[in-house]
Design a protein around this ligand. Sequence first.
Ligand SMILES: Cc1cc2nc3c(=O)[nH]c(=O)nc-3n(C[C@H](O)[C@H](O)[C@H](O)COP(=O)(O)OP(=O)(O)OC[C@H]3O[C@@H](n4cnc5c(N)ncnc54)[C@H](O)[C@@H]3O)c2cc1C
Length: 508
Amino acid sequence: MHDVIERSADVIIIGSGIGGLTTAALLQQQGISTLVFEKNRHPGGSCSSFQREGYHFDAGASVFYGFAENGRSGTLNLHTKIFRKLGIEVKTVPDPVQIHYHLPNGFSLPVYYDRQAFIDRLAARFPHEKKGIAEFYRELEEVYDILSSLPAGSLEDIVHLGGVGLNNPLKTIALAMKTFRSMGRTARKYIVDDELLRFIDMEAYSWAVQDAGATPLVNAGICLADRHHGGINYPLGGSGSIPQALCRGIEKFGGIVRFQSEVSGIILENGEARGVRLSDGSEFFAKAVVSNATVWDTFNRLITDSRFRVDDSRFLRAPSWFQLFLGVDASVIPKDFYVHNILVDDWNRYSQPGGTIYFSAPTLLDPSLAPHGKHTIHVFVTAEADDWEKYQRGSREYREAKDALAENVISRTERILPGLSKAIELKVLASPLTHERYLNRYKGSYGPLLKPGQNILQKPQNTTPVKNLFAVGDSTFPGQGVIAVTYSGVSCASYIARKLGKPLEYLF
Ligand SMILES: Cc1cc2nc3c(=O)[nH]c(=O)nc-3n(C[C@H](O)[C@H](O)[C@H](O)COP(=O)(O)OP(=O)(O)OC[C@H]3O[C@@H](n4cnc5c(N)ncnc54)[C@H](O)[C@@H]3O)c2cc1C
């Protein structure tokens, strides 16, 4: 924290989510002054950590891509490249399994780092689809190969696009063609087995909260291929280590991150963004303003000019979450248990609120996150804010509703972890209302989703209808996920840096 706060900077960033911090860090390192305002006391938003009674919990994300050391170039391994550029270290530990799926009909499948081991195990369950499985996952590798050879930059920057197109004409055309394809349609080219197609849906749903038909092939090419290349790596100290390291990077180069500073409005003059107003009434000015808030919060709350209003029908709004943060006796988790698990009891309900259970026990990778002899467990299911808005916070009814859902989730989780309910020593529950309040996201939503059939390039980029106002984070291309919003930060910083006459070098 700085005692004297500058009243202006080249760029003001609203929110210290990973998208906002990445933008600020890259700009600041380039000599473009930045000022970040964050409502909370800590950075990271959906990728932050909090502590209760000696247990350290991840507030949201805990499966991380982008940290490979030996990784290929291009758009991948962005965390490694950014932290190298900033000269900041984030220690990570590799996770041998991305997710262990526990699906109906005794279908249990760990997604090993070793790609062949995963494919063999899947083919052993569906021997009649062995060829189709190989072909489908090979297509994802092709996307991965292209993305790992094209540099990360802004798709709105003509100089970047032109350079990429000229230097890699065939790969650029191939990638452009693939943006018209969905993961589900691609799967159906090779696979007919219903249960296997449901598994492919689940592979999409696990991070996109949409089935494979609505998930762009390009996204799948990163998430389902890079897990076998760069792999999944967990930051020691928990998810909050990533935003904290980005803040250190910003401050190292002279930028400012100011906490407990809520932006209440974006100052517009003649339809152009000039600065921001904080909830205490103070005003700050900049050449450019970047919003890391969701598209709904930015255009319906921070900007009151109705010409820019974003109504609910414009985007598909992803649900919010009901979360359980548990401190448990370590003896409940067997030695061979994997960190990240997904549990579905009924294929007809997996995409309904609460239908899929996400389960992580990060202390299996970093025991320092819990007191000796204990584990932290993060369990969450989708939930709709609309179903919770009838409750008054702090009321008995609200507490009872949370307890009832928690009990349901815990008893279903006992299928993979017998004895869980008896092993719980600390239980913190968070409804969509908590999510909305702490993460400052409209309806606590996971963010806007593409409508089925939409091309991924239809996702909003970093420029907005308001001059000098930019957007970053999971409301922008390419979408949800820590590595995705990191990409959006790289793209936003690249665009603004060129506009301000100090273009960024590509990340290597
Ligand atoms: C339960 C859950 C599990 C997830 N699991 C994973 C996972 O395993 N792997 C993965 O890659 N991704 C995961 N994600 C998704 C990932 O965490 C998000 O997509 C990503 O972190 C969003 O980053 P963002 O840059 O959009 O900003 P956000 O995380 O939304 O942060 C925005 C920040 O801006 C601040 N802010 C907003 N408005 C204002 C204002 N007016 N004034 C000041 N500050 C403001 C907020 O307080 C917040 O700190 C998960 C998300 C959730 C919720």
